[in-house]
Design a protein around this ligand. Structure first.
Ligand SMILES: Cc1cc2nc3c(=O)[nH]c(=O)nc-3n(C[C@H](O)[C@H](O)[C@H](O)COP(=O)(O)OP(=O)(O)OC[C@H]3O[C@@H](n4cnc5c(N)ncnc54)[C@H](O)[C@@H]3O)c2cc1C
Length: 290
């Protein structure tokens, strides 16, 4: 039988980390899932001056977090979660390799700062996807486009090429390594996704390319694409002061709940969300649903 966790935390940034740290201190049975602990946003900062007792490059901040993580024995599980589903009194979280079960969930998935392309939101589920593994097989023998935000997603593009006839890859980073006759590799940013009712073309500077689907392969997909039914305002999940969402047992923390996009706000929210998850679990045990 699958292990049933008190709380599953999704997102390897600082919000996810403080949620895991707090969950551990509260003696919750937690699982912390993410692509890597302390992802690229933490490493990227040139100089951090606005976090208590930390000064210097983001990489130094990460080093301090890594050593605290080891000291406090915080466990991290590498997994890109592609779906969070509320099923009665539990949540199912799916990834390419595994399914996880938990009584509550904290989403700390950050935001994609590049923003959304015209047509991206409109055609979600009608040709736009954020998950190669979930939807790739739907495009057998078809023509698709993939917009890759980093080299980490080349494996997903290769997975798409197993099914598709042709994959136009818009690689928004240096030195893409994708090779193969199915790929057309480009480095420009496309302008829009268009179609009548569903995706029919991706528009670039010099014109439109007819495609049946467009995959946006980026670190943080819009939360509504990850968890159906969660109330959002654009890229942000709507939460109360306790960081509860509209779905019972589902909490959110960090950039994904809105501005300001700052480490200290994300860290604080991770802590609050873990406390709120515990309060929720205790209330459910006592039969006094929150
Ligand atoms: C260049 C740069 C410099 C910055 N400098 C500062 C600064 O000096 N001071 C400051 O306060 N703030 C700074 N910020 C902002 C700060 O980085 C963010 O506010 C902070 O990282 C937010 O933390 P988070 O945990 O909410 O999200 P993130 O750090 O974005 O972490 C979210 C993580 O979740 C992962 N993830 C997303 N979806 C999934 C999924 N489905 N499954 C598994 N994992 C998933 C992502 O890959 C990512 O690793 C800077 C940001 C940038 C880009």
């Amino acid at each position: 039988m699958e292990h049933f966790y008190d709380v599953a935390i999704v997102g390897g940034g600082i919000a996810g980390y403080t949620a895991a740290l707090t969950a551990k201190n509260l003696l919750l049975d937690y699982i912390w899932l993410g692509t890597e602990p302390f992802g690229e946003k933490l490493r990227a900062a040139e100089k951090v001056t606005n976090f208590p007792a930390i000064e210097g490059k983001g990489s130094g901040f990460v080093a301090a977090l890594v050593s605290q993580m080891a000291r406090e024995e915080i466990a991290f599980t590498r997994a890109r979660v592609d779906g969070v589903y509320a099923a009665g009194e539990k949540f199912l979280l799916t990834s390419k390799e595994q399914t996880f079960e938990a009584a509550s969930v904290i989403l700390a998935t950050g935001v994609e700062t590049r923003g959304q392309m015209r047509g991206e939101r409109e055609f979600l589920g009608r040709g736009v996807s954020y998950c190669a593994v979930c939807d790739g097989a739907l495009y057998k023998g078809k023509r698709i486009a993939a917009v890759l935000s980093s080299q980490n997603f080349e494996q997903e593009a290769e997975y798409l090429a197993r099914f598709a006839e042709k994959v136009w890859c818009f690689c928004l980073y240096d030195e893409p390594k994708l090779r193969g006759e199915k790929f057309v590799v480009r480095s420009d940013m496309p302008l829009a996704v268009e179609g009548e009712g569903r995706v029919e073309r991706i528009v670039c500077k010099e014109g439109a390319i007819p495609v049946d689907g467009v995959f946006f392969l980026k670190n943080s997909a819009p939360p509504a694409a990850l968890c159906g039914g969660v109330r959002t305002d654009g890229a942000h999940i709507l939460v109360g002061r306790d960081l509860a969402t509209n779905i019972k047992g589902l909490f959110a923390a960090g950039d994904v709940t809105g501005r300001p996009y700052q480490y200290v706000k994300a860290a604080g929210e991770g802590c609050v969300a873990a406390h709120s998850a515990r309060t929720f679990l205790l209330a459910r045990k006592k039969g006094t649903n929150l």
